[in-house]
Design a protein around this ligand. Sequence first.
Ligand code: URA
Length: 198
Amino acid sequence: MTKTLKQLREDARGCQNCTLWANATQTVFGAGDPHARVMLVGEQPGDEEDKKGLPFVGPAGRLLDKALTEAGVDREHLYVTNAVKHFKWQLRGKRRLHKTPAQREIDACHQWLEGEIAAVKPHVIVCLGSTAAKAVIGKDFKVSISRGQFVESPLAPYVFATLHPSALLRVQEDEDRELAFKQLVNDLSLIKKALARD
Ligand code: URA
């Protein structure tokens, strides 16, 4: 039987399916409209998300909000989650720096993402970055090659991947960052197109 988001959130709270729980403050489960027609999937919580227990509330989340606004998409109506629900980090000086999750950690967390998709039944799934695309679309998917294109998926009628906002934050040159931001906004505009096709 399909579990509700409430049940899944409760179950995921004590998840020890991989070792990431040991260094994280808490499980950061998805949040947003439980009946959303659009689900955004990121990689994993960052430092701020780990402390607050909510996805995309730190610097990447603020950039995502800006891109969504420019694309004419209201975050209020979305369900936002991550492929991996614990913050993986390494200490650099006093800062906890993000570490990319390993495939085994993505796999260990997959049951929660699967549960969220089954409970929300989104019409559109947007994968933000490579980890999310690997978890939702497949291990060989390359965001650099296939971003902004709908892919066939049993998980939802419309699925596509785009850039991760954190990747934009790491771009050094202003011009390159602005171009990447335009690409992100352009890709996110597909959400409205997919909803209009329904
Ligand atoms: N990056 C992610 O992938 N998810 C978050 O929640 C925050 C940053």
